[in-house]
Write a protein that binds this ligand. Structure first.
Ligand SMILES: Cc1cc2nc3c(=O)[nH]c(=O)nc-3n(C[C@H](O)[C@H](O)[C@H](O)COP(=O)(O)O)c2cc1C
Length: 387
């Protein structure tokens, strides 16, 4: 198969848009994270597929990521990929804890690179007390006795909810083993050739559960004050930074708010972002919620953007935001208004895997498209100019 080449010059469908419009899109302006140059501010948010075989990517991932590779987003962050087998959310979650995991993921990423000009990041995760779960379409609850459940770990023996068993409180050996597992998976991700690596520090999974007072009630040096609760995530981040080359962006998806009394708030997020920056990380990606089933985030458009704006302003860290960003004009306003440097979208890309092409049409910008698809637009978008 012919290797894909960006076709920016060959494809100029929107002659009705003037040059001024082309120059003013913040969404389609480039950005640099450490040594990584990205052509626009659009990111495909990590999305678990619950479809792996003992942590190994397979043909589903080949098709799914191949589709998102040609979405117009400059960066595709692949789903939460777990650093140890018992750190997976479900039996179907991706892992990067074995040589087989590494080989199969390398195969998928090599395929994506052959067909696309996008860059690829990976989110490394440990599910903590939210591990041993059913896939969402099986109910999403804790695995029952007949479903091959496994024991979970967490900062404190506080169950996530919905009838799950309490996790075992992590002891010193657990803390070391899981930190080393993050480091080993980061080394594997570097070997595969990922363009960016992201630590999952949100959605109630292990590292977030250390940071939040809702799930962390330890009385040792890894609990108590904000500094104590942040200590373990920061140790993991620093250990990863030590093995991820400096030019390769290392970031973290963090929690802007637990959305509950007594939980993390945006001041905690600012403190965490500052500490991650001091540990040498290159960006934060602001999400929120997930520490208990009871905490329900708001679901209005761009609900995390005000949190991201404050985190960006106060920490000086490059900031990405996610959450109910759907319309191109909304994404443009977030970047142009300085609320965030990048926008990540999940469900909008599942709904429209060429979201970036359609957004580019609105702003007179261009994105690389495979030559095989060049005849698609603008003939089939007669309403594009009116959107
Ligand atoms: C199918 C699906 C899988 C997801 N898996 C992950 C994941 O692996 N890691 C993560 O941080 N967030 C995950 N999320 C959350 C999204 O990345 C995103 O933060 C959330 O859906 C809100 O963004 P949206 O409104 O653009 O969908 C997932 C969301 C969906 C819909």
């Amino acid at each position: 198969m012919a290797r894909f080449r960006p076709v920016a010059r060959a494809f100029r469908p929107f002659h009705h848009l003037n040059q001024a419009a082309k120059m003013t899109s913040a969404l389609f302006s480039p950005i640099r994270l450490a040594g990584l140059e990205l052509a626009n501010r659009i990111v495909v948010s990590p999305m678990c597929q619950y479809s792996a075989d003992d942590g190994c990517a397979n043909d589903w991932h080949l098709g799914h990521l191949g589709m998102l590779a040609n979405s117009g987003a400059s960066l595709v962050v692949i789903e939460a990929t777990h650093v140890e087998r018992h750190g997976r959310i479900t039996h179907g979650c991706l892992g990067l804890y074995s040589d087989d995991n590494e080989a199969e993921l390398a195969r998928v990423i090599a395929h994506c690179r052959r067909i696309s000009a996008a860059k690829f990041g990976i989110q490394l995760a440990h599910a903590g007390r939210k591990a041993s779960s059913q896939r969402p379409w099986q109910g999403g609850k804790g695995l029952g006795l007949g479903e091959d459940p496994w024991p979970t770990i967490g900062p404190s023996p506080i169950a996530f909810g919905d009838g799950r068993p309490a996790p075992r409180e992590m002891d010193a050996a657990d803390l070391t083993r899981v930190r080393d597992a993050f480091v080993n998976s980061a080394k594997r991700a570097v070997r595969i050739g990922f363009d960016a690596i992201e630590l999952h520090l949100a959605h109630g999974y292990l590292l977030h559960s250390f940071a939040s007072p809702i799930s962390n009630q330890r009385t040792d040096g890894y609990g108590g004050s904000r500094e104590g609760r942040m200590r373990y995530p920061l140790e993991v981040a620093a250990a990863m930074r030590a093995v991820v080359p400096n030019g390769l962006p290392l970031g973290a998806r963090i929690t802007g708010s637990d959305w509950m009394d007594g939980g993390l708030n945006v001041d905690d997020a600012v403190a965490l972002a500052k500490a991650l920056k001091a540990a040498g990380l290159d960006y934060v990606d602001v999400s929120s919620g997930g520490v208990t089933p009871a905490a329900v985030p708001p679901r209005d458009p761009g609900y995390n953007a005000p949190l991201a704006a404050m985190i960006k302003r106060e920490s000086g860290m490059a900031t990405r935001v996610v959450g109910m960003i759907v319309a191109p004009k909304q994404a443009e306003a977030i970047v142009a208004g300085g609320q965030a440097d990048q926008v990540a979208m999940a469900r909008a890309f599942l709904d429209d895997p060429h979201w970036g092409w359609h957004a580019a049409a609105e702003f007179g910008a261009e994105v690389p498209r495979p030559p095989q698809y060049q005849r698609a637009a603008p003939a089939v978008w007669p309403g594009a100019a009116m959107r």
